[in-house]
Design a protein around this ligand. Structure first.
Ligand code: NCD
Ligand code: ZN
Length: 346
């Protein structure tokens, strides 16, 4: 069996910088036409100038003859100014502003502590400039159970935000719960959308502890119960335009995952399309796959759809155990496993 689809885009991707960037970028560039590139570097990409410089280094790291296009983002802080938002839009290279609640995830320590206070003029300017807010939707209060942090974020931040600024375009990134599905469905289509990762569609929280602690299944937001996974699968396979592909592929070196205090993040770029295809096939919804991978995201961002095509073939292939680079090793999602859909490049 073969499926020919419009080339997909990745609406949530961590490309890192330096050696790591050079090592991982071919894996995204091979399958995806464009990607929204996350700004959580050290130091974070908080200005348009930094975003443009980062864009140059991404283009330089690309394999020759690749037509992959990075779509840059700014990292929102309490100090971001409305003028920076104007510059970002004017640059033509920045497509969103990423909101990390301070302390929520990897390299989020410079994130937002006062969204409705210090950041509000910036949000208003984003409405003016038609730049979407890309949200890591988890509260950081250590007293809130880690499995409830998305739900509480929706109740305490996103619902009031949509009420106060209904014209603001929002992408709720990497949704993990039925609460997020309900929230997105309750908003106006075209004004609030959501990205969905391969891991949150195919794994539930048991995968963290299957036969022992599984650091390579650890990401943030953390995997949730099976009922939540099922709700997300139903949402994406329903054909709703509100949900689109965002891998959240987040490489960390093996030694930083397999240690006493391992990093959050799953490197899924090599397997993402195979996993999405499997999920849609199992739901009997392969006819809805292309809209999710290749139309809904570009339509939401107001960008043209890709013109080129890509073929998915039903043929088993083995995921490598390890990807080795001069700087170290990275363990991909489903390392050593067999997947049923193969991307065939034409
Ligand atoms: C991401 C990373 O490593 O940068 N990690 C993750 O678990 N997803 C950050 C993020 O998107 O939360
Ligand atoms: Zn991410």
């Amino acid at each position: 069996m073969e499926l020919s689809i419009t080339q997909p885009d990745d609406w949530h991707l961590h490309l890192r910088d330096g050696d790591l960037l050079e090592g991982v970028i071919p894996h995204s560039a091979k399958h995806f036409g464009r990607a929204i590139v996350m700004p959580n570097l050290k130091p974070p990409i908080t200005t348009t100038a930094a975003a443009l410089a980062y864009r140059e280094s991404i283009l330089k790291a690309l394999p020759k003859d690749s037509s992959f296009t990075p779509l840059m983002t700014l990292y929102l802080t309490d100090m971001t100014s409305p003028d920076e938002i104007k510059r970002a839009k004017k640059s033509g290279a920045v497509y969103g502003v990423k909101l990390y609640p301070a302390g929520a995830t990897t390299n989020s320590q410079d994130g937002v502590t006062d969204l409705f206070g210090k950041c509000f003029p910036v949000l208003e300017e984003m409405v003016e400039q038609d730049l979407p807010l890309l949200v890591h939707g988890e509260v950081t209060d250590p007293n809130v159970d880690i499995f409830d942090r998305e739900k509480v974020y929706i109740e305490t931040i996103l619902v009031p935000l949509v009420q106060k600024l209904p014209q603001l375009k929002i992408v709720m990134e990497h949704i993990t719960t039925m609460d997020a599905v309900k929230f997105v469905m309750s908003c106006k289509e075209g004004s609030v959308g959501a990205t969905v990762t391969p891991q949150h569609l195919i794994l539930n929280r048991n995968a963290l502890f299957q036969g022992g602690l599984q650091p390579h299944n650890y990401c943030l937001p953390v995997l949730k119960r099976e009922i939540h996974r099922q709700a997300i699968v139903s949402a994406v396979t329903s054909g709703s335009k509100r949900f689109f592909l965002g891998t959240d592929s987040a490489p960390h070196e093996k030694r930083k995952k397999e240690c006493a205090c391992g990093c959050a993040g799953i490197f899924n770029a090599p397997v993402a399309l195979s996993v999405y295809a499997k999920v849609f096939e199992e739901a009997g919804a392969l006819d809805k796959l292309e809209a999710f991978t290749s139309f809904n995201g570009s339509d939401f961002y107001g960008l043209p759809r890709n013109k080129s095509k890509l073929t998915l073939k039903k043929a088993p292939w083995k995921v490598p155990e390890l990807l080795s680079f001069p700087f170290g090793d990275i363990v991909p999602m489903f390392a050593g496993g067999t997947l049923e859909w193969e991307v065939s490049l034409n």
